[in-house]
Design a protein around this ligand. Sequence first.
Ligand code: SF4
Length: 178
Amino acid sequence: MSFLSKLLFKSKAQDIVDDKSGSALIKEDELKRSVDEVLGRSLFVRLVDSGSCNACENELAALSNPYYDLERFGIKFVASPKHADVLMITGCVTRNMLNPLLKTYENIPSPKFVITVGDCPETGGPFKDSYSVCGPVSKYLTVAMHIKGCPPEPEAIILGFLKFMDMIKISHKVSFGS
Ligand code: SF4
């Protein structure tokens, strides 16, 4: 990432943090350090679209571009649930996607966590209670973190990862041996 991009990213992220909490500073290396300390340098994420409008996926895809470059924090999207630490879910959980979602969760080795992205998986979305929507996700799985928004911007998703790392650092329920 170029120096200019870093400056832009920092100021943009700062705006978002200031808007939401009024005080916290996002430190670019804070997330990387948290991932290093708690998870041994990497956090692998398996994403399941459980029936979204694809806007949340577009924001998630932006995390891999050179501007946000999520992998510099040690956070990587993986294809196999067997390699994942986190199940990340977008969408409202349609009837067709419920079983694939639960099977993906079952195949992630423990300890494992669920993070939702967008308002749909948290609330069931605009078509909740219709014949084809089974959500919200919390009816079926314990959710560690909801990243709110419709859709959340990439900065908000990165902040969500930062809060998630803080949460599991503070929590002493799970030992990662570090
Ligand atoms: S939260 Fe909004 S952007 Fe994301 S899948 Fe639902 S409707 Fe689409």
